[in-house]
Design a protein around this ligand. Structure first.
Ligand code: ZN
Length: 177
């Protein structure tokens, strides 16, 4: 009986831990979606990303800058990784998590992989983005989920998503029409 109780408490504790993690992830994803809105307000495409260190500090954040900087590589996640690899060493980045308003494209997944960030959490899926924006020439698309790209790597990258679909879609509403 005592053992059963201990096991039960342990399961509850694990569940609580998992719930906290989800809440924590959602908080950073909402911030990434906020950056996407900011990008849109600033005349760029509605994407945002941020990097969080093992202690939960946001250490880099970026909006998409493809239009205003006339830079085809100015996706939010690639911008984050460019700054992150300048500022931090490879070992530190291994413990960081990248949060993004939309699933990383092939280029950004590459930047995340080569920057050695080992965990990615995204809101809107690449497939959903294609549904929303695929018809628009401004949104060139490589139809490949980031999990498929990371699966080819020689180190593991944990991926979580999609999450917060409604908020993630909201920031694209009317933009690509
Ligand atoms: Zn990208």
């Amino acid at each position: 009986m005592k053992t059963l109780l201990v096991v039960h408490i342990r399961i509850l504790a694990q569940r609580q831990c998992l719930n906290n993690r989800v809440t924590e992830d959602d908080r950073y994803l909402l911030a990434a979606i906020g950056l996407a809105q900011q990008a849109r307000d600033n005349g760029n495409h509605p994407f945002g990303a941020l990097l969080v260190d093992p202690d939960g500090n946001v250490v880099v954040e970026s909006e998409n800058t493809t239009v205003t900087l006339r830079d085809c590589t100015g996706h939010a996640e690639t911008n984050v990784m460019r700054v992150a690899s300048e500022r931090f060493d490879y070992e530190f980045l291994q413990g960081c998590t990248l949060y993004t308003s939309t699933e990383p494209c092939a280029m950004c997944a590459g930047a995340i992989f080569w920057g050695n960030v080992r965990r990615v959490v995204f809101a809107l899926s690449e497939r959903d983005l294609r549904r929303i924006a695929g018809h628009n020439q401004e949104n060139a698309t490589l139809a490949i989920p980031c999990r498929e790209i990371f699966a080819r790597g020689n180190h593991e990258v944990e991926v979580s998503g999609p999450h917060l679909q409604e908020q993630a879609r909201g920031v694209h509403e009317g933009f690509w029409d």
